[in-house]
Write a protein that binds this ligand. Structure first.
Ligand SMILES: C[S@@+](CC[C@H](N)C(=O)[O-])C[C@H]1O[C@@H](n2cnc3c(N)ncnc32)[C@H](O)[C@@H]1O
Length: 347
């Protein structure tokens, strides 16, 4: 799970509404399976990669709505802000970019719209996610192809890409160092990788506790007859609790920023740098997001959402301009890591 600016902008583009033809994933790739059998779900409890595929195939078509992902200026700015925060000033655009664990394409498609890369390849373990990412790319008119792929064995030739990116994916990969080695293999010499949206160990600790306490408080208080209108149907609450249980199977790591740097160097990268962000914004954001998940959506109007979004922006400003100088970097919630493949520069 990761933190994103969680409110739809007034002009958010609803890409899932219409569904004209789109590029399918490569012909030999597996097809999406949005309806897992009970036996598959049981097997997935002991198999993290199967759990990834089942869970993300199941939620692929609703993922953008669930996480308020859009492909308008709000998310372009967010993706670009993460990239710039990790890399700093760099000659742009990159030529060909690869995304690992693309989900619906949130990071790479918005980075491409923000001028970071000219063409791209989206990959994910979940066929359902690759299908939606390609559909989103087609709607946006972007030059993107896609493959169903495990980030530990990337199905592309050596020295293919100028840039490899990922958002909220490293913490799902069993062998992170192996995956970083694979990134360096498919990067051209001088090419760069950028991963954002990874939970820090300290941040994950307080986020989980704040989430648990808020969930318990909200679902208890809304049992009061006077607040019955604020209670989601029990079936939906149970479903959310089951999804949270599956998160324990798919969320494999949290990171100390120094550990991310050490892993990247050990994989062979140079110019390695970890950055962290969101402290006050995360301390405030996790209870807010959990509260929103625990009450009926229609109770929270656009005015509420805009107010929350503005508060998040203000707290992010506080984090960047003041708290960053006082609070140790490992206390911030979101970690980003970048590194370069040794050799001639492609920038
Ligand atoms: C939390 S989602 C993030 C999706 C997207 N990057 C975003 O930020 O919206 C993690 C994604 O990583 C994918 N994933 C998990 N393990 C993977 C692996 N070993 N190789 C490739 N993708 C993986 C999942 O299927 C899922 O789509």
């Amino acid at each position: 799970m990761t933190v994103r600016p969680d409110d739809p902008a007034p002009n958010a583009t609803a890409l899932n509404d219409a569904a004209p033809a789109w590029n399918d994933p490569a012909p030999n790739d597996p097809a999406p399976n949005p309806h897992a059998t009970e036996a598959q779900v049981e097997a997935a409890r002991k198999d993290t990669k199967l759990a990834q595929v089942l869970y993300h195939d199941w939620e692929a078509e609703t993922y953008d709505d669930k996480w308020s992902i859009s492909y308008d200026q709000r998310c372009i700015d967010y993706a670009r802000g993460r990239f710039d925060g990790a890399v700093g000033p760099a000659p742009l655009p990159y030529g060909r970019a690869l995304e690992l664990g693309c989900g619906t394409g949130f990071f790479l498609l918005n980075l491409m719209q923000g001028g970071i890369a000219k063409s791209g390849s989206v990959t994910d373990l979940s066929p359902g996610m690759v299908k939606v990412a390609l559909r989103n790319a087609q709607h946006l008119g972007l030059d993107v192809d896609g493959r169903v792929a495990d980030a530990e064995t990337i199905p592309y030739e050596d020295n293919t890409f100028d840039l490899v990116v990922g958002h909220a994916v490293l913490h799902h990969i069993p062998d992170v160092e192996l995956s970083l080695k694979e990134c360096l293999r498919v990067l051209k010499p001088g090419g760069r990788f950028v991963f954002a949206g990874e939970p820090t160990t300290v941040g994950n600790f307080y986020a989980r506790w704040l989430g648990r306490i808020t969930w318990k408080a909200t679902t208890t208080v809304t049992k009061l007859p006077t607040l019955a209108g604020w209670r989601r149907p029990q079936q939906e609450l149970d479903e959310s609790s089951r999804a949270a249980a599956l998160e324990a199977v798919v969320d494999l790591h949290t990171f100390d920023p120094s550990e991310l740097e050490a892993l990247s160097r050990s994989a062979g990268a140079v110019e390695v740098k970890a950055t962290t962000e969101e402290f006050a914004a995360a301390l405030w954001g996790w209870p807010v997001r959990t509260f929103e998940a625990a009450v009926p959506e229609e109770k929270l109007g656009m005015r509420y959402r805009l107010t929350m979004y503005r508060a998040w922006l203000r707290l992010s400003w506080l984090d960047e301009n003041i708290l960053r100088r006082i609070v140790p970097r490992q206390f911030f919630y979101n970690a980003m890591i970048t590194g370069v493949k040794p050799g001639a520069t492609t920038e």
